[in-house]
Design a protein around this ligand. Sequence first.
Ligand code: HEM
Length: 400
Amino acid sequence: MSQSITRIPALDINFLDPDISLDPYPHYEKIRALGPAVWNPTLDGWMVVNYADIKQIHVDLDNFTSEEGRAPKQQGEVLSTIDGPMHRKIRLVWHSSFMRSTVEKLSGQFDELVDSLIAEPVAEMKQGKQVNVLPAIRRLPSTVIGRMLGVPPRKSEAFIRLGDAISDMVFSGLPDDHPIEIRRMQAFAEFNELMLDEVKDRRRNLGDDLISELLRSQVAEELTDEQIAVHSGFLLFAGNETTARLISSVLRILADRPETLKEVVADRSLVPAAIEETLRFDSVVQVNYRAVKSDAANIGGVHIPRGDEVLTFTAAANRDPARYADPDTFDIHRSTQGHFGFGFGFHSCLGLNLARVESIAFLNRFLDQVPDFEVAGLDQGVPFPIRGYAKLFLKAKGIS
Ligand code: HEM
């Protein structure tokens, strides 16, 4: 960024400060009051919180790019860090596998899987114990994506273990020499090898899985095996911690609102609404990153210099009073249409239907077994820029 440009209005908010990250929402309103784009010297980027402005930025590929934005740490190019034809081609290859109708066909499998994952924690809760439900929740997305990638059962333990090691605190922004980052990078190297073996195996034995779909497509001719392994592996990182945290957030929010919990337990058609309203009200992914790639970029009339970074706070847009009435109230009966919980535009979430169907399966099976519960303890882990919980201890109510 060029030093000669004055960046105003400016507001210094350190979202990693625990007092702020615990409840960032009042801080988003301070930004909103200052203007459509507000410079943050600590984050070294422009903060954008208004719904209409974010909507425009996410589709304006002439002026904004995902290629130079600060993405969560990963190795190699992945869908969320490339624009242009390659991005479109790869998305197209996987499009039908992530369509709602396709993933809904898997929901029977998800029910069975959830039953096996929650059997032990639920039995303990029924004995009156306080149980951390996150380990069971986390296994759901990682097992499902492992199956979709065609990872054989004998390798799935390693796949899940390494996936967890990498996805854990992937959004933390820790320096590269921090022990957690060093461990993550080691796990990354091992995981990439595992994925590369899978790609080589699929080259000999094409199957009915996401890696084979990519290999069968024309775009495979433009990609090395290593690149195919990284693109495929990214599906795990993108969907693992995010889905687990979403489910944990819904459970927490319902536990805090006994009347709403009762309503949802009695009428399961409200489960999807509870999930969507959670995505709006307390978005798992709070912010997306873009960079300015032209001299003509403007946000709500504010000129933004080329090379600057733009932080689109989709969680703040989801509480923009110009878009949602009474935005700070959690209400499962409101229309959440158009929320940015899965992003918006060219880079919006490829796995949103999968995340929804998995979350619905988990919540329904859990509520069947434990219809009333309270929060006994929690740990947000890295609370920003990702919400939800790293640990959530629940206690069943009404157990004599
Ligand atoms: C509740 C769970 C999830 C949430 C909240 C979530 C959220 C998001 C968001 C906000 C983005 C957009 C990032 C941006 O614009 O910069 C995104 C992109 C993406 N997500 Fe998800 N995601 C979830 C689950 C999943 C799952 C289960 C998968 C696949 C297995 C997945 C795969 C992807 C991919 C591949 C991208 C990149 C898309 C692109 O750049 O074209 N996500 N996700």
